[in-house]
Write a new protein. Structure first.
Length: 189
């Protein structure tokens, strides 16, 4: 009879299997369809970042391109996991769970989840001079002064862009980004 693999040889395989099972298990309070929704929104956030021009000064070499998330930690975990290892304009992408809007000044993009009570006007009053792309998922987010708001359209996810709000933040959104969006005019912060 041929001897089987030793226990020490099986430990890395067991550890990998447990890690995979933990990653595949649904997060507490988040359904499978909500997980998919946040993975799709994470992909949008990544692509938005590639089609926005920020005012000078540019990010220093090696400094991370930060995306801040305000709201539910479970949704944040899905977004962070989806964007892990990505780069924007040669900078490593870093996703941070923000404790408050005051933490957002170091971010290039801030995503306000529907679980956050923060409005675009409140955000802008706290972070006036920082050129931050403000994205949200609450209904009417872009019209309320956000730069980009996700909107469901049947089974599809679309987005609305508030060009005047983005311009007030010092951001230039590419024509490609604006052409694929529903354009709205919103209130000034």
């Amino acid at each position: 009879m041929k001897p089987g693999p030793s226990r020490s040889a099986l430990r890395p395989l067991l550890a990998a299997a447990l890690a995979w099972a933990a990653a595949a298990a649904p997060l507490r309070g988040i359904s499978a369809s909500q997980q998919l929704d946040y993975q799709i929104k994470a992909a949008y956030l990544y692509n938005f970042a590639k089609f926005v021009e920020w005012p000078p000064p540019p990010l220093e070499p090696g400094k991370p391109f930060r995306v801040g998330v305000l709201g539910d930690p479970d949704a944040f975990a899905i977004i962070a996991d989806t964007l892990r290892g990505k780069k924007v304009a040669g900078h490593p992408l870093e996703v941070a769970l923000l404790g408050s809007d005051a933490d957002a000044a170091d971010c290039r993009v801030v995503f306000i989840l529907r679980t956050s009570p923060l409005t675009p006007a409140q955000f802008h009053s706290q972070v006036r001079s920082a050129p931050v792309l403000l994205v949200g998922e609450k209904e009417g987010f872009a019209a309320a002064g956000g730069d980009i708001g996700f909107v469901p359209r049947g089974d599809n996810l679309r987005y609305q862009v508030n060009l005047p709000a983005a311009q007030r933040a010092g951001l230039r959104l590419s024509g490609q980004l604006a052409n694929l969006a529903e354009l709205v005019r919103g209130s000034a912060p």
